[in-house]
Write a protein that binds this ligand. Structure first.
Ligand SMILES: [Fe+2]
Length: 211
């Protein structure tokens, strides 16, 4: 498993001077996916490089990701775009107004998030003690085209579309890919294992009840 770097979950939309700047700035979902494949040819995950490359993709000037933005009125959806040669899962999450995730971990993986449209609120939590209420340590907004990052050493989080009028769509990259994570009860810190399921894969609806 690639080493996880300790890094703030702060939002960043400014490309750094990393090697990612040597990659062509992606102008389409196809170029974006190709660039990610190139970056992840290396087994070491350079968090700054991935953040920088994701920041360079202006999703307001490309409509291709909308083919994967499939909503469900009952729950936010995960829609798989690319399995990244087994190195990562790239997916689109679709959030209706007022939809929210559980408080969850990321199964020892890197989690990169970029907003395609709308705004999500990230509520950050520390790992809980047994039978103690969980405390939110920080709220931050991730706005269209901004990139955020988290891993289990930074903490746990809940993502929410708090808007009453606007949907939100976010692009997520998890490396290495994982099939389950833990969801936490805010009142007592108790956790359950949750399978990571997809509403669609590669633009096609998955069979209900199956990952
Ligand atoms: Fe997450």
């Amino acid at each position: 498993m690639p080493p996880i770097e300790q890094k703030s979950s702060s939002v960043d939309e400014t490309p750094s001077n990393s090697a990612a700047t040597m990659l062509k700035t992606p102008t389409s979902m196809k170029e974006f996916c190709e660039g990610l494949r190139t970056i992840f040819e290396d087994d070491f995950v350079d968090v700054d490089q991935v953040r920088s490359f994701m920041s360079s993709y202006d999703m307001t000037k490309d409509d291709a990701w909308k083919n994967y933005a499939i909503f469900d009125k009952y729950k936010y959806t995960r829609n798989l775009i690319d399995e990244g040669n087994g190195k990562y899962n790239l997916m689109i999450l679709c959030w209706n107004e007022d939809q929210t995730s559980s408080i969850h971990d990321h199964a020892d993986a890197h989690c990169f998030l970029k907003m395609a449209t709308g705004t999500l609120v990230e509520s950050l939590y520390s790992w809980p003690n047994d039978d103690e209420p969980m405390t939110c340590t920080k709220h931050s907004e991730v706005k269209t085209n901004q990139v955020a990052y988290i891993n289990d050493t930074i903490g746990l989080h809940r993502m929410s579309n708090t808007s009453k009028t606007e949907k939100a769509v976010s692009l997520h990259l998890y490396s290495p890919p994982f099939q389950s994570c833990k969801a936490f009860n805010e009142n007592n810190g108790k956790r359950i294992v949750c399978p990571v399921t997809f509403f669609t894969k590669f633009g096609q609806r998955t069979r209900p009840g199956r990952a």
